[in-house]
Design a protein around this ligand. Structure first.
Ligand code: WT7
Length: 571
């Protein structure tokens, strides 16, 4: 299929012609949209929810929630009322501005309501993916100094309260057999509290959200975003998602990850759209049924999901009416040209790739409705954003040269800090005026950016970012393991899978049973998505003289590539 064919129907969009939008852009024009532009009073939950009620859209459906057991609709008025209730509950327990409140639960209306309630009182919300196990939960709550947590009875056992002295309150959504000290019943408190609440008025530089994400070394980093990010969320919602008055929008990501908050909660509601949230696991049938039932017009998902839908086949698609779809987008990992072609052939939709990161808080390089798509490219920088390719010394490279993908600082949703870790934060800004992403890419002569890979060892499995260090640390807690090195191994469906190389302690022998035990150990201790699907036993692992495992060499072994410079290897 030729690119021209992909462009067969070029729709009109909120952005209009790209070049014109890029050249005429002013952030100030976006800022004027917000009530705080006049009042100086800032609060994300007010802009996303209450504002629509105040402006007469209270009866519009804000949330269409569905999973295997629940199908519920919430209007903006209802979300305003219930998030106010939870805000009042938090205030009753003395929780307020700047304090960190974490949410550890599966997707549900209560997750959304508690998140909005936290924001109403000016606290900083920290979402945790439901698959996190003990160690992952503890590390994040400890590092952030969270004072409160919202969770479910099933997940509560993964919260090691004795190691979390700062965690004062736990709100539990759902029935508990026994009442424990410090455990508060969400439902009871909600019923007792008022629907009216004056939000905490903040400044644009006050905290909004912390997302923990992985790097190549050390524990996960708390990427801290401030209220100002809403400028980017609103603007990209309009220009990239192309949200309009009557759209029904569905972002498939979980709010445990940044896509699920920036684009699962903030962007759609800042734009007053009807937002679908689906709980439960992936299945092609359930996903297509969701589009059909809710007449979804805009759909934001990820390459892994599209690849799984592709392997489920065209037959499945034929059983559903997907004709409501108007705009389809993807994020998280490279979107294969093959998937773009499939989308065009089978859904009649151009899948628009978008590039950004937890640290950037919002989309930066994208394909826009009115821009021709080059399958395999991430697109062009958003109006207001300057993207370049730098060499190792921080000099801007000409087109078609591969180097560090970097963005001119600042932009509204740029992270404000790494919690507790100013040194890590500084590493991103080692070249003056540039944020260095950690991705390598090149820009072609038409200004399109092409992703090449990660410069560090960060693994991207099914669009989820996994730090090898966190997995290695967990592996070393296993009694049989003396040394561990973890890499991403290319995989056609998941992008990469996690592969571990391990050296055993004396007295242990390699076996399939041991492999399975190690897999389970990581899965149950850390999380399922971080568990190594492949484990290879080695006598010894390649290390530098300072004792660092050389993942680069492991990767070369795995891919049958030359191992490169070994001058720093131990022996
Ligand atoms: C890393 C960021 C922010 C969305 C979810 C991921 C990779 C992201 C693309 C894309 C190729 C992509 C990059 C990036 N990535 N989008 N369109 N094409 N790679 O957020 O967990 O912070 O991961 O995901 O490597 O650095 P994240």
């Amino acid at each position: 299929m030729k690119i021209d064919e992909l462009q067969a129907v070029v729709p009109t969009s909120n952005m209009g012609p790209y070049e014109q939008a890029y050249n005429n852009f002013q952030w100030e024009d976006v800022e004027r949209h917000f009530t705080w532009y006049e009042t100086g009073k800032v609060n994300m939950a007010h802009e996303a929810i209450d504002r629509h009620v105040e402006e007469g859209r209270g009866e519009k459906a804000a949330l269409l929630y569905c999973d295997a057991n629940r199908h519920e609709t919430y209007t903006f008025s209802q979300l305003r009322a219930s998030s106010n209730r939870f805000g009042n509950v938090l205030r009753k327990y003395g929780i307020g501005k700047g304090e960190r409140v974490f949410i550890f639960m599966p997707r549900s209306p209560e997750l959304v309501i508690s998140m909005l309630g936290v924001l109403k009182v000016g606290a900083v919300v920290g979402p945790l993916f439901e698959a996190f196990m003990e160690t992952a939960v503890k590390d994040r709550l400890q590092d952030s100094g969270a004072v409160a947590l919202v969770t479910t009875p099933a997940l509560l056992s993964r919260v090691k309260r004795e190691e979390l002295p700062e965690l004062r309150h736990i709100f539990v959504v759902g029935n508990m057999d026994e009442r424990e000290q410090g455990i508060i019943d969400f439902e009871t408190e909600m019923l007792m509290s008022s629907e009216e609440l004056e939000p905490e008025w903040l400044s644009r530089e006050d905290g909004l959200i912390i997302h923990y994400t992985s790097g190549s070394t050390g524990k996960p980093k708390g990427v801290y975003h401030v209220q100002n990010a809403m400028i980017q969320h609103y603007y990209t919602g309009k220009m990239v998602l192309d949200l309009r008055e009557d759209d029904v929008y569905w972002c498939t990501a979980d709010p445990g990850w940044v896509t699920g908050t920036s684009y699962g909660i903030f962007a759609p509601w800042l734009n007053g759209a009807t937002n679908v949230i689906r709980g439960g696991r992936f299945s092609p049938e359930d996903w297509y049924r969701t589009i059909e039932r809710h007449e979804v017009t805009i759909w934001y998902s990820a390459p892994t999901a599209f690849r799984m839908l592709m392997s489920a086949g065209e037959q499945v698609v034929a059983n559903y009416d997907l004709s409501s779809l108007r705009h389809v987008l993807s994020v998280g990992e490279p979107l294969n040209p093959e998937v773009v072609r499939w989308g065009w052939q089978v859904y009649g939709q151009r899948i628009h790739d978008t590039w950004w990161m937890t640290e950037t808080g919002g989309q930066l390089i994208c394909n826009y409705p009115e821009l021709p798509i080059k399958p395999g490219s991430m697109g062009k920088p958003l109006p207001g954003i300057q993207a370049v390719i730098l060499d190792d010394r921080g000099q801007v490279l000409p087109p078609n040269r591969m180097g560090h993908l970097a963005i001119r600082t600042p932009w509204p949703s740029m992270m404000n800090r790494i919690w507790n870790n100013p040194d890590k934060f500084q590493e991103y800004f080692r070249f003056p005026d540039w944020y260095v992403s950690g991705d390598s890419a090149y820009m072609d002569e038409d200004g399109y950016f092409w992703f090449q890979g990660r410069i560090d060892d960060v693994i991207n499995s099914s669009g989820e970012r996994i730090g090898p260090f966190e997995v290695e640390s967990k592996l070393l807690e296993h009694p049989a393991i003396a040394e561990a090195g973890v890499i991403g191994k290319p995989d056609t469906v998941r992008g990469e899978i996690i592969k571990a190389f391990v050296a055993l302690r004396d007295g242990y022998t390699a076996s399939e049973a041991l492999q399975q035990d190690i897999y389970r150990f990581v899965k149950e201790g850390l999380s399922a998505h971080a568990a190594p699907r492949e484990i290879e036993f080695k006598e010894k692992l390649p290390k530098t003289r300072s004792g660092k495992i050389m993942r680069r060499v492991l990767k070369a072994w795995e891919l049958n590539l030359p191992t490169g410079d070994l001058s720093t290897i131990e022996d």
